[in-house]
Write a protein of this length. Structure first.
Length: 326
């Protein structure tokens, strides 16, 4: 089976933008890598069900999004949404709501766009957060991630203030009300939140931990149930967590560690939502920034930022641990 990969870069050294590649799940190999679109440091990408690609873009004095249709190669640019200042670090697309949301780590802003006919965007609203945390990396707000809760609220994750904010957003893409603010422990540095059933899983980039929370989707309240480390007890050097993803069946959670340079594998108890770490494996490179599971769920594909390499891991069908294939 051939699966199409779309790869973002920092547009440094030899990298020029967005690349496409073929992943062969029968051979666990990546091939036919080629430049697919021009963009300035497209460090995060989001693909809609209509195969419209929303890519982070940094120009000389402006940052924002470039929008491409991926039906042809190279990809065709159909829109560009830029504002003066730094580029966002994260973009998500919600096909059902026809909304795109960006998060700007540097200026603490979340911006909402409405998806127009044809895939282009119209900016509808933005929210600028304020505050700071206790660590040197938290001298100001750092909005890092956004997702919708099971009840339809927009969750905004701020690493700089150790907070997760839940907003009501109307159909037009306007922030209407701040409903709940979840305050994590000082220095936790939340980077991402995943809602799964009546549980929420929060990745602490600065703490190198995952917090397991009960989440009441009616009252919009959280209660912490578990904290579990993503790194080995013996690791004493610096570390910052990168990506966090569940397998499709919700039974296994994977986290990348930038510093320890590893992938931590957790088994999830489907009855109570708790996690147990079952493996830590080298990422096969330096600074594993992000990763994904392929469509067959047999492989995990890791992009190592500083060593400029992509490593494919197979998921053992017996215990669903991982091992490098190349």
């Amino acid at each position: 089976m051939i699966e199409k990969l779309i790869i973002g870069t920092y547009s440094r050294e030899k990298a020029q933008g967005i690349y496409s590649a073929d992943f062969d799940s029968d051979r666990a190999t990546i091939g036919h890598v080629s430049l697919a679109a021009d963009a300035g440091s497209p460090t995060y990408l989001a693909l809609s069900k209509a195969n419209t690609l929303y890519a982070i873009h940094q120009g000389k004095n402006q940052g924002g999004l470039r929008v491409f249709t991926t039906q042809s190669k190279p990809f065709t640019k159909i829109d560009e949404q830029l504002l003066f200042g730094p580029s966002p670090v994260y973009v998500m697309v919600d096909d059902d709501r026809k909304l795109v949301v960006t998060c700007n780590y540097r200026d603490g802003t979340a911006t909402i766009y409405h998806i127009k006919s044809g895939g282009g965007l119209q900016r509808t609203d933005s929210f600028h957060h304020e505050g700071h945390g206790v660590l040197p990396q938290q001298q100001g707000p750092h909005v890092h991630y956004a997702t919708f809760t099971p009840g339809g609220l927009l969750a905004i994750v701020d690493l700089g203030t150790d907070e997760i904010l839940l907003f009501e957003v109307d159909k037009s893409g306007q922030f209407t009300q701040l409903v709940t603010t979840l305050k994590m422990r000082s220095g936790f540095g939340p980077k991402k939140i995943i809602f799964l059933g009546d549980k929420a899983y929060v990745l602490g980039e600065l703490a190198s931990q995952v917090a397991v929370l009960d989440y009441d989707a009616i009252e919009h309240v959280f209660q912490q149930r578990q904290l579990i480390s993503t790194i080995a007890d013996s690791w004493l050097n610096s570390n910052g967590c990168g990506g966090m993803h569940f397998s499709n069946d919700g039974r296994f959670l994977y986290v990348s560690n930038r510093g320890e340079n590893s992938i931590a594998v957790f088994k999830r108890n489907v009855a109570d939502g708790s996690l147990i770490k079952i493996q830590t494996i080298s990422s096969g490179g330096d600074f594993p920034r992000e990763f994904c599971l392929d469509k067959t769920q047999r492989y995990l594909i890791v992009g190592n930022h500083r060593s400029n390499n992509i490593v494919v891991f197979s998921r053992d069908e017996k215990n669903w641990q991982t091992q490098s294939t190349q």
